[in-house]
Design a protein around this ligand. Structure first.
Ligand code: FES
Length: 76
């Protein structure tokens, strides 16, 4: 995976390529592991994940990636 400055730059390669410490939302410093925990903790939609983590609630730049990751995690 290509990363710059520790940020995921939009590659949607799936869970097998993500580390729990990868930052998904730079504004709120929310990691992939925190997104996984929100889904495991009962979040059933992007909106619920945002409510639980605040990811994607500032500039919105991460929202497309966040939506993809949440969709992938909900399929499991
Ligand atoms: S990078 Fe996620 S809200 Fe700005």
């Amino acid at each position: 995976m290509i990363k710059r400055f520790g940020l995921n730059l939009g590659w949607k390669l799936g869970d097998n390529f993500m580390d729990d410490s990868d930052i998904i939302c730079a504004c709120e410093e929310i990691t992939y592991g925190e997104i996984k925990s929100a889904v495991a903790g009962g979040a059933t939609s992007l909106e619920k994940v945002q409510e639980m983590t605040h990811a994607g609630t500032v500039c919105g730049q991460c929202e497309d990636d966040l939506r993809s990751y949440v969709a992938q995690l909900l399929k499991k």
